[in-house]
Design a protein around this ligand. Structure first.
Ligand SMILES: NC(=O)c1ccc[n+]([C@@H]2O[C@H](COP(=O)([O-])OP(=O)(O)OC[C@H]3O[C@@H](n4cnc5c(N)ncnc54)[C@H](O)[C@@H]3O)[C@@H](O)[C@H]2O)c1
Length: 252
């Protein structure tokens, strides 16, 4: 166990899933107490158990991030019990995968409610305490598709692009309070979100097409999140960092 985040409290939303689980473990390995937030009780519990087994500190909060009032209540409770929330990782999200003409209003609203609106209000739920303590890190998990576009996923890309806009604005509004806000925009990773939509052949082809010859992994993203949460990133705010193995520049 390292101690860069010793004494700090982090919330990772969607921490029962592929990327969130790795982020939660990595933040805990740096000494943070990690609140594992997810709507899936079972996967959240497994994530927290693994952290505790590895010698870290974690607790589970089950909730739907789209229920803003419930998230606000949970954040207030965490602050009450632990005295602080230092880090919020807005990681929970859902995939899209439909062609533009197949996206109806219900699909559009759902993806924006989970991927964009919920992170907006989750950040609002933690910002007052961060301001008061003059310390905070908010990290939005966006996607490479928000930077370079993709066919057949405009609603997902748009929802993920919103996170970049939010982060830039929050970065400026809260820089005077020593709160850093950044966005991580990973390339494709073979988590359940992605494997639900793409065939095994498709996924293998994507890995081969990457300049580094492989797909990104949850750990690639977790390392970036831990860096942005830690002291190495004290003067980094309003940035979008992308773990993509060169895929972004390859497309230029
Ligand atoms: N997998 C990829 O290729 C990829 C690439 C770039 C960015 N991302 C982003 O990374 C994040 C994590 O994705 P993942 O690949 O780990 O997906 P995942 O499906 O494995 O995990 C998502 C987690 O979020 C939780 N969740 C979803 N909606 C929720 C809600 N309304 N309330 C509470 N919890 C909710 C799910 O229960 C799940 O545990 C997402 O925001 C996704 O858009 C994924």
């Amino acid at each position: 166990m390292a101690d860069a985040l010793q004494g700090q409290v982090a919330i990772v939303t969607g921490a029962g899933g592929g990327l969130g689980r790795a982020q939660a473990a990595a933040l805990a390995a740096e000494g943070a107490l990690v609140v594992v937030h997810d709507r899936n009780r079972e996967t959240a519990a497994t994530c927290a158990e693994a952290i505790v087994k590895a010698g870290g500190a974690a607790e589970v909060v089950v909730g739907n991030v789209t229920d803003n009032a419930d998230f606000r209540k949970a954040a207030a409770d965490i602050e009450h019990r632990h005295g602080r929330i230092d880090i919020l990782v807005n990681n929970a999200g859902i995939g899209g995968g439909q062609a533009f003409e197949d996206v109806n209003e219900a699909l559009f609203d759902e993806i924006f409610r989970i991927n964009a609106k919920a992170p907006f209000f989750a950040a609002q739920a933690v910002i007052a305490g961060m301001k008061q303590r003059r310390h905070g890190r908010i990290i939005n998990i966006s996607s490479l598709v928000a930077l370079r576009g993709t066919a057949n996923n405009p609603h997902y890309a748009g929802s993920k692009a919103a996170l970049i806009g939010f982060a830039r604005c929050w970065a400026l509004e809260y820089a005077p309070f020593n709160i850093c806000v950044n966005t991580v925009a990973p390339s494709f990773i073979a988590t359940p979100m992605a494997t639900n939509f793409f065939s095994a052949e498709d996924i293998a082809r994507r890995g081969q097409a990457n300049p580094m010859g492989r797909l990104a992994t949850p750990d690639d993203v977790a390392k970036l999140v831990t860096f942005l949460a830690g002291p190495g990133a004290d003067f980094i705010t309003g940035q979008t960092l992308s773990a993509n193995g060169g895929e972004y520049v390859n497309a230029m």
